[in-house]
Design a binder for this molecule. Sequence first.
Ligand code: NAD
Ligand code: UDP
Length: 348
Amino acid sequence: MTKEKTPTPKKPQLLITGGAGYIGSHMCVESLQAGYDVVVLDNLSNSSPKSLAAVERITQKQLTFIEGDIRDDAKLKEVFSKHQFDAVVHFAGLKAVGESNSEPLKYYDNNVHGTLRLLEAMAEHDVKTLVFSSSATVYGMPEQMPIREDFPTGAINPYGKTKLNVEVILQDLYASDPSWRIGMLRYFNPVGAHASGEIGEDPSDIPNNLMPYVSQVAVGRLKELSIFGNDYDTHDGTGVRDYIHVVDLVQGHLKALEFLATKPQLSVHNLGTGTGYSVLDIVQAFEKASGTPIPYKMAPRREGDAAKSYADPAKAKNELGWTAQYDLERMCADVWRWQSQHPNGYSE
Ligand code: NAD
Ligand code: UDP
């Protein structure tokens, strides 16, 4: 007698746009480990496929990689026809604030037009669950801290405006068709790396952001850090930010997917720890984690920088059941493991 086989239930499938990038590759690890099937769509404009090979080594699981652009309608049609996605996690986009000032059209095209193409393809193929990478930059220069989701928005640079524009588009889309399930996540300052040291942040140019700059000074790629302003109204005069470990951040995405599964809705959540650290706090913590002195000099303020920015993470805690787990010491230790094992990132 042959025993009837129970079919294995199909794993939920995610499309991760920008999945080869810094945050996306960490999302690939955590979602494969959480039992999702993963398809990555990335044009590799700011990443290397080596990150995805590392994801497979870390997880001992396979993902599907499709090299392509979210603005390519034919490619999207092919991808959505071939796979039955349960949700899309949308990281693909450009993120350099300075470059967005000098090349705004490139940013609107990639981030806004690209997202429109993706939304059209999703609607056409009846995939109506989306988690979108927004940013704390949509709050502009808030006067009060900590920052709550109901604070007024008002981005001050083209990059931030592309994020705000997409948020507005998503609100209009949901208003027109409330069967969508849309989670907009406003990230504070993602740092850190996977504990394996196999994937991490790998800026293609001189880093604009503090943590990769500091870690490249520590590893000897850059000479010294310039601290942009020491006369802010903060505990030591240097700028204060809410640094969040990238693994905590992507865990927030998994929680958002669970939350969206409960009912159609449009939601917005801050992903931050709620604690602010200054530039000098970061320098000190990184020196401790790496055992290396970080030479620095004081420099003028950077245009457009707020003195302080840190989240009120209560809404994410109450609604998503999510809170950040990793402290600053762990963030620096993980960045250092990645940077010291891969002094030249993926390009060695
Ligand atoms: P990243 O540059 O490492 O990753 C983005 C990925 O998207 C890259 O792999 C790139 O090749 C890909 N990509 C870009 N344009 C594309 C296109 N048109 N089609 C297909 N792929 C494309 O950046 P990240 O730090 O991982 O950021 C991911 C998302 O999170 C971005 O949308 C970014 O704006 C947002 N975000 C990042 C931060 C941060 O500090 N890292 C903060 C807030 C929000
Ligand atoms: N910063 C700095 N030197 C650098 C890069 C950044 O002093 O080379 C400061 C910056 O002024 C801010 C903080 O570090 O106070 C975090 O900057 P980052 O660009 O990482 O994040 P954002 O300002 O976009 O939140």
